[in-house]
Design a protein around this ligand. Sequence first.
Ligand code: ADP
Length: 303
Amino acid sequence: MSDGQIVVSGLTKQYRNVRAVDNLSFTVEPGRVTGFLGPNGAGKTTTLRMVLNLVTPTAGNATIGGQRYGDLAEPLRHVGAVLEASSAHKGRTGANHLRVIAAAAGLPRQRVDDVLAMVGLTPAAKRKFKGYSLGMRQRLGIATAMLGDPKVLILDEPANGLDPEGIRWMRDLLKSLAAQGRTVLVSSHLLSEMQILADDLVIIAAGKLVTQGPVDQVMGSMSGAAHVRVRTPQADALTAALTAQNATVTPAEDGALLVLGVDAPAVGRAALAAGVELHELATDRPDLERVFLELTAGKAAIR
Ligand code: ADP
């Protein structure tokens, strides 16, 4: 069992009439950024709160490096977490906020300067928290989570409210932390964010696992329905040639043919071999955000 591996096993949380998390199992590996993706209400926050011992599971359990969070002797040195846009005493400076937490947790004072530099807040360290922008608050939240130099970092919707530049900054920071061998688990309800941030994906809907795996693999399987759009004045001849190769050919409304089951080069070769003239040949990639919504929609959690 690796130090920073997170193992979620049969995790379930039943509220009065909502099963927020339903027999959920997945693994999060060190050295990678894992995106925990699902539409709003899918159960992400509840899961993360169970991992962090803030919510008691109805069934199942979660371990970090083989131990439950509640059993960790010095949790801040093992796990850093940012659960919501960070809050701090409004009149306190960023640096003072970190000093108070470091002192309470018995962490060396030097860590305050280290984490401020890590998140790019050194120039704003002496400014009061109430003047911080949302992006600066997110940075301070990550700085707080990193105070104990933890092997595991857990972030709930850290890209919320960030502009594209802020998201890119977040990606670079999370990737560099993962490259140091840390485990980085980050939730979001937006596939487009996860495409930028994550190496691995765990997708849930209505408290249940939908799929998990490396981002490219998951995206690849989601775009498995990519079809080839082809236009020809000899539709019947091309349809016959492609059907003979077990492809499915459907006429589109605009007169093109939509081909499933073979790729564009194969369609081109089939046309050449059959002496069919082509006027258009293209691969239509499905909109991944739409596929994601379809994949996760309509799975009601209420029972
Ligand atoms: P996500 O983080 O993916 O948006 P949540 O974990 O916040 O999802 O919520 C999952 C489901 O559990 C939602 O239907 C939500 O309304 C419900 N839920 C969350 N917390 C509570 C609670 N304390 N009491 C009752 N229902 C809750």
